[in-house]
Design a protein around this ligand. Structure first.
Ligand SMILES: Nc1ncnc2c1ncn2[C@@H]1O[C@H](COP(=O)(O)OP(=O)(O)OP(=O)(O)O)[C@@H](O)[C@H]1O
Length: 292
């Protein structure tokens, strides 16, 4: 488990992160979502032991990354830029990775390269941007590390490669017993795959969501009436959108009272729609957390 306890960081006199607390459970995907500049990269760099927090503690399986450097073999940070890799060839990088990650699985690495039609020779700098992004994930998932931290892994990529990458991550997490932290400014991308979402805002954890619990907690209902959309509903319930006589309302799963309000005006349509995380943020957390 990764634990952050009251972590704060100041860079060049500005407070970047303050009182950050959260945990990453084994075998799960945690999404860190926040706008540009929210502190996501700084947070991931601290968890992987690249920079020190000014205050608070970060532990990986109960050990400090800073006091026990061996812990680093179990944590891989994949930055949003692949610049650090570009001088190496596909073969050379293995030697380098084996020094840092002694359990690096070379067979698995070449197997994955085959699967995604990568050439086994040649320099990394010759790859396209999308290939580089996928390649850096292949490297990370070949290390056998328990914790993989991905900084904006799909940023700036086209939809096809984005889909491949997200699917690759989900498959690897299902196959290996790894924990993945993914930072993104796209709530919609993370919510499909994350078990747990941490929202960073103004340098601190604004909210945390367990996706399973959330889906059981709320439902989204589309209703339509023969008469103008009732003010009573507008005034008392969480209306996500409304056009003419049709509205979409967020209610709690077990909230019989709110459902009775919707039904008392004899809706001609009462239909449950798939719930998204954005719906809950918009209705319950002020709406400005939609960060894409
Ligand atoms: N070395 C540094 N010195 C001073 N300020 C820094 C440094 N690195 C980052 N910052 C500042 O810290 C804040 C958070 O940056 P960070 O890169 O962690 O955010 P982010 O959420 O990852 O943003 P993005 O989505 O744009 O990558 C920004 O305001 C940034 O300008």
């Amino acid at each position: 488990m990764i634990k952050l306890n009251n972590v704060s960081k100041t860079l060049d006199g500005s407070t970047i992160l303050e009182h950050v607390d959260f945990q990453v459970q084994p075998g799960t995907i945690t999404g860190i979502v926040g706008r540009n500049g929210a502190g996501k990269t700084t947070l991931l760099r601290m968890i992987s032991g690249i920079i020190h927090p000014d205050k608070g503690a970060i532990t990986v399986d109960g050990k400090s990354v800073f006091r026990e450097p061996n812990v680093k073999q179990n944590v891989v940070f994949v930055p949003d830029s692949t610049d650090a890799l570009k001088a190496y060839s596909v073969k050379e990088i293995v030697k380098f990775y084996k020094v840092v990650y002694p359990s690096f699985d070379e067979n698995y690495y070449y197997q994955l390269l085959d699967k995604f039609n990568f050439k086994k020779t040649g320099k990394i700098k010759q790859m396209s941007k999308g290939q580089k992004a996928l390649f850096s994930l292949i490297l990370a998932f070949s290390t056998n590390a328990q914790y993989i931290l991905l900084d904006e892994p799909t940023d700036g990529l086209d939809v096809i490669i984005k889909k491949d990458i997200l699917q690759f991550i989900a498959e690897e997490v299902a196959k290996q017993d790894v924990s993945v932290i993914i930072s993104s400014h796209r709530l919609d991308e993370l919510e499909k795959m994350a078990d747990h979402i941490v929202v960073l805002k103004d340098g601190t954890v604004e909210s945390e969501v367990e996706m399973e619990a959330l889906k059981q907690q709320y439902k989204k209902v589309q209703v339509a009436y023969n008469e103008p959309f009732p003010n009573d509903i507008q005034d008392h319930l969480d209306v996500l959108s409304q056009a003419g006589r049709v509205g979409v309302v967020l209610i709690k799963e077990d909230d019989a009272e709110s459902e009775a309000v919707l039904r008392q005006y004899n809706p001609i349509l009462f239909e449950e729609l798939p719930l998204t995380l954005e719906d809950v943020f918009v209705a319950k957390l002020g709406g400005d957390l939609y960060v894409s």
